[in-house]
Design a protein around this ligand. Sequence first.
Ligand SMILES: NC(=O)C1=CN([C@@H]2O[C@H](COP(=O)(O)OP(=O)(O)OC[C@H]3O[C@@H](n4cnc5c(N)ncnc54)[C@H](OP(=O)(O)O)[C@@H]3O)[C@@H](O)[C@H]2O)C=CC1
Ligand SMILES: CC(C)=CCC[C@@H](C)[C@H]1CC=C2C3=C(CC[C@@]21C)[C@@]1(C)CC[C@H](O)C(C)(C)[C@@H]1CC3
Length: 592
Amino acid sequence: MPGTRFQSGDMVMGRWPGSSLFYEVKVLSYDAKIQLYTVVYKDGTELELREADMKNPTGFKPSRRSRSRSPSRRRSRSRSPARTTRRSSSRTFATETPAARKEPKMKEVLEIRLSPVVRNTCHTHCWDLEWLFVFECFSAASCHVLDRECEGGMVLVCKLLCQSNSTRMHIKTDRLPYGSSHSVSFPPVFAGVSCMMLFLPVAVLGLMVVCSQEDASLMSPPPLPALDSLLDPHVFGMVVLWFLFQALLYVLPVGKVVEGIPLKNGEWLKYRMNTLHAFVLTVAALGAAVHQGVDLGYIHSHFLQLAVSSLLFSVLLSVYLYVRSRWAPQDQLAPGGNSGSVIYDFFMGSELNPRIKGFDLKYFCELRPGLMGWLVINAAMALAEMKLHNLDYPSPAMILVNCFHLFYVLDAYWHEAVLGYMDTTHAGFGFMLVFGDLMWVPFTFSLQSYYLVYHPSHLSLPWIVGIVTLNVIGFSIFRKANSQKNAFRRNPSDPTLSHLKTIPTATGKSLLVSGLWGLVRHPNYLGDLIMALAWSLPCGFTHILPYFYVIYLTTLLVHREARDEAQCRRKYGSAWDDYCREVRYRIIPRVY
Ligand SMILES: NC(=O)C1=CN([C@@H]2O[C@H](COP(=O)(O)OP(=O)(O)OC[C@H]3O[C@@H](n4cnc5c(N)ncnc54)[C@H](OP(=O)(O)O)[C@@H]3O)[C@@H](O)[C@H]2O)C=CC1
Ligand SMILES: CC(C)=CCC[C@@H](C)[C@H]1CC=C2C3=C(CC[C@@]21C)[C@@]1(C)CC[C@H](O)C(C)(C)[C@@H]1CC3
């Protein structure tokens, strides 16, 4: 490349688009016509950079900077955001301009997350493929697609223009920043999603049927009753009534209104926090109904019918959600939420936070009809146990299970916890979550109390004390970890957290790296799993079925952890690798 400042093969420092961060790049070529260098970053991203955005590596010195802003946190080991990429003894792979040193300013860093989703099953012509690009920008910077290079109908490289500084980027789909792409290949997805939609409801019903057998063995499941005997219009009416009653409580003008997550268009969603009020009013209403002669035993005697009606209701609600999502504006869709496959979008959900006026369907379903229904079912099972075994009081095992579950749900209500969780902020609201909230949660989470109705379990006092202690330990870890993380995300300078060590990341957010978050990378999952075990133990060791919840939660959280890990690696780059090196275990110390 005669006459140019940098030659092909040179290792130089290149600015990451939209940010003030420089990373080591290799010069590939120079286009004299447009006066741009094509460079490749260490993670494989190819960009076209202007000469002004490239510097000689010798001019770079590692910056010294405290890891945290609060004076108390400054005591902890210093680490610059340069550590978001690795450093060698001889040179600095990334460094920052003084402007980026104050963490709030680091919001200027642009994080690009591309989720290409094929919208068309036709793989023959590349222009038949539409792509959905999800950009998570921490500044007003945005990019638009200039062009695509395709081969065999698949997009290989996307050419993007970063509007904030006119940088052009070529992003290879197999080399997205931090190596992630979720291109959807339809035939397997279609089959997988269809199987899950059939399998999950049948599994719930199967578990319920086995639970009511004397030999509650999964090895000898009895046949499912005929579907028409399970579909009862009266029961369906009760399910609809329950949903509407909870919806009515949700819209009551009590409880404070808080801001949740910002939408892609910068708007902040508002949520009314009145789950505890709703809980108290539900208990009062049920108390009044029982006083008026309503028999809660109906729930036990129509348990399967209730589950089937909830399933039907979930399907209808999901159809409504799918249909309305077709008209939803693009900026209200979940990442990857409009894949073009009916079945996939129906299952995963397209809209992120579907609302009817201010009524947030996802937030409502996550916390109310299902979780509250779970508690009511538990109470009904305690009554059924007393009736079946002629008891004055429920058994200690039943009391323990009821109390643990009640405590867990009240904790969720006290903290109105779901706003910052992955499902609220990232997942579309489709059949999976609707079914999860309205059928899976109430009818599988209550399996332990249902099991105890038919399988009495005698607990000695030391055993009771041991189980309660285990639950307290699990809950303390779960609560403390979630509260610390939430408080830290709300206010990173929170004085109550100033004793904790943190690692800064290039996005401007830091990661907690000591205390519970220094023990394992998901202490909140650990606490949840310990609690799950404590909930199963009162049922004894005769059958595996009461341990279904632990098995489900372990599977779900291990999968979630992997998904979150991939997301965090993409978001935080090698700062996340640093965190993983410092905190080696994911969920269980020294085991996993
Ligand atoms: N009972 C049940 O069926 C279920 C219960 N749960 C429970 O729900 C709760 C929430 O779970 P979930 O939403 O999956 O995940 P988390 O609440 O753990 O959220 C993960 C996010 O936390 C942030 N984070 C990760 N590590 C750190 C760190 N070291 N310091 C600061 N922030 C960090 C990252 O987001 P960012 O950096 O962007 O803020 C990451 O994406 C858990 O307690 C879980 O056990 C979950 C699923 C099912
Ligand atoms: C198999 C299948 C269809 C799974 C769907 C998953 C859902 C059942 C769960 C996904 C995340 C959940 C959370 C809770 C309940 C289960 C679902 C909906 C939660 C509301 C329970 C109470 C907790 O305190 C919580 C608020 C932390 C929790 C949030 C995640």
